[in-house]
Design a protein around this ligand. Structure first.
Ligand SMILES: [Zn+2]
Length: 340
């Protein structure tokens, strides 16, 4: 498995943007100054998000006038493509500058409300390396890659991803209310249903409520932080390594959730928007709380089967608990999930 996570590709973006050699023509000079503010060392800055749509608008206006995106991006990156004498290969410096711009070209802020902002980076499907590496080498190949305007995540995908994290946030808030008021018999029973085995005492269930409440606070904070990034693992495309995988998190220093092909698939017990929100919560419990995959719901994760200790650290147990608190499970789904 490759060891080039998005966080490393993001470091290449920072290197590229800080390098000399960009065009000094307007509007590129202004855009560069804003891009440098947008890309902070610890991730994208909400304050400069509008640059992204403006850059895309400028590129598409230029394209309408006959200057294709590759030409515009290379021009922004300081390469005039003057013809005779032009270097036919893209070296490291130009690849870093153009690669940084290509990442921004496919980066979107998904915003649905003041409390909910996530980023989506959708490098075109034709790429099997992050842009800086992909652009190195022969100029015609780099031009072809820069000309590919296809976003890995379509406008519909981005809408679904945005809704998924908004729904996830709502459910997490509801689950915080349930786990934060364990004196209510109803709330106690919901926690017990997903986390208590035959040997669990009432105090154990109360303790689980406290554990859930503290963990969910961290997840809610992450969903509202403006730091969360959805992308896919470009390097692993076409390798088959992630066939059947919905999403995963890695040891990124940035808050990255990789959204893979099966995310929008239909192999899971839940489907559509409810499943997408469940996946977001599942992955964030891995990232924020170091949960494990002791058992997925379809394998049987009832606490009487895996035991209280494992249920407390099982990603899908947390996720299904949140879906339940969100009121998105039928009685039949609950019975099935806990009966496996
Ligand atoms: Zn997992």
């Amino acid at each position: 498995m490759s060891t080039t996570p998005f966080s490393d590709a993001y470091d290449d973006v920072l290197d590229g943007l800080s390098a000399p050699g960009f065009s000094t023509d307007k509007p590129w000079l202004d855009y560069l100054a804003r891009a440098r503010k947008l890309c902070r060392i610890d991730g994208f800055d909400i304050g400069e998000a509008s640059l992204l749509d403006e850059l895309r608008k400028t590129l598409s206006k230029a394209a309408a006038k006959g200057s294709g995106e590759a030409q515009s991006l290379l021009s922004f990156a300081g390469e005039k493509l003057s013809g005779a004498g032009a270097n036919p290969t893209v070296g490291v410096d130009l690849a870093e500058r153009a690669g940084a711009l290509k990442v921004l070209r496919h980066t979107y802020l998904l915003k649905r409300s003041g409390a909910h902002r996530v980023w989506c980076v959708g490098i075109p499907p034709s790429f099997t390396q992050w842009p800086t590496q992909a652009l190195l080498g022969a100029l015609p190949a780099a031009v072809a890659k820069l000309s590919d305007t296809t976003d890995r995540f379509s406008a519909d995908d981005r809408k679904h991803l945005s809704n998924a994290s908004l729904t996830a946030l709502r459910w997490v808030h509801k689950a915080m209310m349930v786990s934060g008021n364990m004196k209510s018999k109803k709330n106690f029973e919901i926690v017990a249903r997903w986390f208590a085995d035959a040997s669990s005492s009432d105090q154990d269930v109360m303790d689980t409520g406290a554990l859930l409440n503290a963990g969910l606070k961290q997840i809610a904070a992450k969903l509202m932080s403006g730091r969360l990034i959805y992308t896919d693992h470009v390097i692993e495309r076409g390798t088959g390594n992630f066939d059947g995988v919905e999403a995963f998190v890695w040891g990124d220093k940035l808050d990255v959730v990789y959204i893979e092909n099966e995310f929008f698939g239909n192999r899971n017990t839940l489907s559509g928007p409810n499943n997408w929100a469940r996946i977001v919560i599942h992955e964030l419990t891995h990232r924020e709380l170091n949960t494990d995959d002791h058992a997925y719901e379809h394998e049987g994760m009832a606490p009487r089967k895996i035991g209280q200790a494992k249920a407390r650290t099982n990603a899908d147990s947390w996720a299904w608990f949140c879906v339940d608190c969100g009121g998105a499970l039928t009685n039949g789904q609950i019975t099935t999930a806990l009966g496996r």
